[in-house]
Design a protein around this ligand. Sequence first.
Ligand code: NAP
Length: 323
Amino acid sequence: MREEFAVKPKEGEPWDVVIIGSGPASLTAAIYTTRGAASTLILAGEKWGGQLMLTTQVDNYPGFPDGIQGPILMMAMRKQAVRFGAEFIEKDVEEVNFLSNPFELFVNRKKYLAKTVIIATGAKTRWLSVPGEERLLGRGVSSCAPCDAPLFKNKRVAVIGGGDSAMEEALVLVKYASSVTIIHRRNEFRASAAMQSRVKNNPKMKIIWDSAVKEIIGEQKLEKLKIWNLKTSQESEIEVDGVFVAIGHSPSTEIFKDKVDLDEKGYVKVFDHTKTSVEGVFVAGDVHDVNYRQAVTAAGFGCMAAFEVIRYLDKNTTVVKNS
Ligand code: NAP
């Protein structure tokens, strides 16, 4: 059932808010902006839904005592936003112009106008950038265990990284693989104690400390990894059928370079809650949040950004009175 609280703008008129991105931050923002009677367009991206679309069981999102599958959670959030009148377009934004009033956003050469914008483009996988990685992507190299783990039934896999993502990947893979070798560049993990103990207590897990991957080797598919010990500089090779890169994420801010202030790592800088350096442009979720990076915090930031948008629109919308 669709309950529209805002009137969609006519052709050539601006939306009250355009939200770029479609993860928990975006969709939560849309639930609040639509219910706040702001016409809302979500430019969702061709691969909509963000990182939770690549996750299996989510056990830490409140309200789901038995857990919920990531894609099901995202589909529910999308349905909820659309129910209140949000327009949802599965296309990538190619360019933004935040100097114009209203703002301009370009998608497939079509221009969308916006009185306000929420940047909620999230963050994406960081790769090792070593020889062989790109060439063998999808042929043994992956960054998504929940997506690809079943392909490695009874096979040997490696996971690169020492954070919670690496532990999570390893724990998914170990259900299928014959062995999981975690290769980490230091001699201690940065992952939470709970995740570490689940990994360390599993007899199918092996850990190679103080080591980095130098090369990913294989003709048609991955055959082995060349690694080197960062303390001794000694090189060795290990035979694996799969390697899962889990060394963190980079914010998706390419199109916002020189458009809003970004920090040295490329995250959107926040000034006073969810405001960016451009008045009328707000930000929510992993694209600015280096600290928490959780679905629930992204959703919380989405709610905050929506409140700021509504306040901004209330302050800046001129009421035309009949004389
Ligand atoms: P992260 O915490 O930044 O960890 C990245 C890991 O990759 C670190 O161990 C780092 O090594 C290593 N690394 C970075 N660059 C590398 C390189 N070029 N070569 C080799 N290794 C490299 O990232 P994350 O694991 O994706 O986690 C991000 C955030 O999400 C964290 O706050 C985490 O707690 C959270 N998270 C939570 C869950 C959960 O609770 N279920 C699951 C996933 C993520 P160093 O340690 O030496 O820096």
